[in-house]
Design a protein around this ligand. Structure first.
Ligand SMILES: *Cc1c(COP(=O)(O)O)cnc(C)c1O
Length: 493
């Protein structure tokens, strides 16, 4: 299977695309023929969860050998339930719980699979170098990536997080990570400093010969990698199949999905499912106060020239949604020059306007809604009081958007709200919304929340406070490159 860059000419086999991550021209890898290749989606609905993942991944990444085994290694026994992503009816809506993986975040779905794809690609491409993953994280991605890559042969992983910039629970999750090929390091600075430092390390190492003769090459676990996007397509089929099994819909009826969105990977996976034939109705893009996508869908103008707001749903605090580039490419009928032009204007001027035709195509499927901090809090409280369901801040933003969409459209199709994190990852914000007692640290707040709601704390988060801290390194932001080179020299990752 030949993948193509969203910005034009560059191509790569699917295995090479997974190893590379980003195309050399700065574009994202995409299958230009996706919509035209037939997929037996009806049969897919009858398969067990691992079978669905295998069928979907074989279709999207056909160059990979032994996909069934890769899927089994990624998921079997690692999630709380065999359904992987359970569907729960909550009032008039359905909630698709994507957070039942080992780190209680939806990133687990993709980051359990990515290491398997990277090691398989390495083998098939005949690469003997070890692959060292560098990741900057604002919280969730770091832990999910560590969990996915620890002790995976032929790989190592280094995670950088802002010192004092992640929640105590997130910090404890990362600092207690076991494994012989992992390293976690705090950086004196904010998330942007971490991200910039990692990007500069990639650039410096990529253009020079710092790694020459060391048998190591670098890669990234960021969601621009097609190997991170593809595994997320499966759960749209799982949710739809479950609604059929429960008699809520007949095969062929449309189902709407509402997705709490940051980098646009999760919701784009829903569009992929639609292109593969699944009767996905509307895709509702939910944003918090950083409403750049809501405005884009309303006006056709993407404008990142605005203040970055810190909210209680931090994984959605983002002004440049990388995966939107793949949607632009698809909506523009594969016009790489148009995409490259938009991306160039975005980086130079901070703004671009999409021409009316591709914009109309996007609006046929996507709607955008947003809510502020008060709206997020109100949604958590309402879902708990009226429906006895405890949701996290990101899921609350999605509920709010789903209600707004239903009010506006009078929607008749079932609505599936994607839930991306356990409420116990954000205990302070959730407790506050419920009017609970906020005294003590985050670990005590978790226990207060459990006593108040009787919803059990996930296994991976309980007892975190007692686990031994294994990672204590703290460096200045200028030290990221020498730190990485030192680890590689000492063979610590
Ligand atoms: C990453 C993340 C999101 C956003 O997903 P995208 O694919 O980046 O749009 C939403 N919620 C949580 C909890 C996340 O970790």
């Amino acid at each position: 299977m030949i993948y193509q860059s969203t910005r034009g000419g560059h191509t790569a086999a699917d295995t090479a695309a997974v190893l590379e991550g980003l195309a050399p021209d700065g574009g994202l890898y995409i299958d230009p023929a996706l919509a035209g290749r037939p997929f037996d989606w009806r049969n897919c609905l009858t398969l067990p969860p691992l079978g669905v993942a295998e069928a979907v991944l074989r279709h999207l990444l056909p160059g990979f050998e032994g996909m069934g085994e890769l899927v089994r290694r990624a998921y079997a026994g690692k999630f709380e339930t065999e359904e992987l992503t359970p569907l729960v009816q909550v009032g008039d809506e359905y909630v698709l719980e994507l957070f039942r993986g080992p780190t209680s975040a939806f990133k687990d779905v993709a980051l359990s699979m990515l290491p398997q794809l990277i090691t398989a690609a390495r083998r098939q491409e005949g690469v003997t170098d070890r692959i060292v993953i560098l990741t900057a994280t604002s919280g969730d991605t770091g832990k999910a990536a560590l969990e996915g890559f620890h002790d995976v042969e032929g790989t190592g992983i280094v995670v950088f997080y802002p010192d004092g910039g992640v929640s105590p629970v997130q910090r404890a999750q990362m600092a207690t990570q076991e494994g012989g090929n992992v390293k976690v390091c705090a950086v004196r600075g904010n998330f942007d400093d971490c991200q910039r430092g990692v990007k500069e390390a990639f650039a410096a190492i990529g253009s020079g010969d710092a790694l020459k003769g060391k048998g190591v090459r670098l890669s990234s676990a960021n969601s621009i990698n097609i190997g991170r996007l593809a595994p997320q397509v499966s759960y749209y089929f799982l949710a739809y199949g479950e609604l059929v099994r429960r008699g809520r819909i007949a095969v062929g009826d449309p189902v709407d999905f509402c997705v709490p969105t940051g980098n646009f990977g999760d919701i784009l996976a829903g569009y992929y499912a639609r292109l593969m034939g699944l009767p996905v109705g509307r895709l509702v893009c939910a944003s918090n106060a950083n409403r750049v996508l809501t405005d884009f869908l309303a006006t056709g103008v993407y404008d990142r020239r605005r203040d970055f707001l810190r909210t209680s749903s931090p994984s959605m605090d983002i002004l440049v949604s990388s995966n939107l580039e793949r949607l632009l490419y698809l909506a523009a009928g594969g016009d790489g020059a148009l995409v490259a032009g938009c991306m160039e204007r975005l980086s130079r001027d901070g703004v671009y306007t999409l021409p009316p035709e591709p914009m109309a195509k996007i609006r046929q499927v996507f709607s955008g809604f947003c809510c502020d901090e008060a709206g997020t809090e109100a949604a958590i409280a309402r879902v708990w009081r009226e429906r006895s369901y405890l949701c996290d801040t990101h899921t609350a933003v999605a509920f709010s958007a789903a209600w707004d969409y239903e009010k506006q459209s009078g929607g008749s199709a079932p609505m599936v709200v994607l839930s991306t994190a356990s409420p116990y990852k954000f205990p302070a914000a959730v407790l506050k919304a419920l009017g609970g007692d906020l005294s003590g640290d985050e670990f005590q707040q978790m226990e207060t929340l459990e006593r108040l709601t009787n919803v059990p704390i996930p296994k991976g988060l309980r007892g975190l406070k007692e686990k031994p801290v294994l990672h204590t390194d703290v460096i200045d932001k200028e030290q990221i490159l020498p730190y990485v080179l030192g680890l590689i020299d000492r063979k610590e990752v």
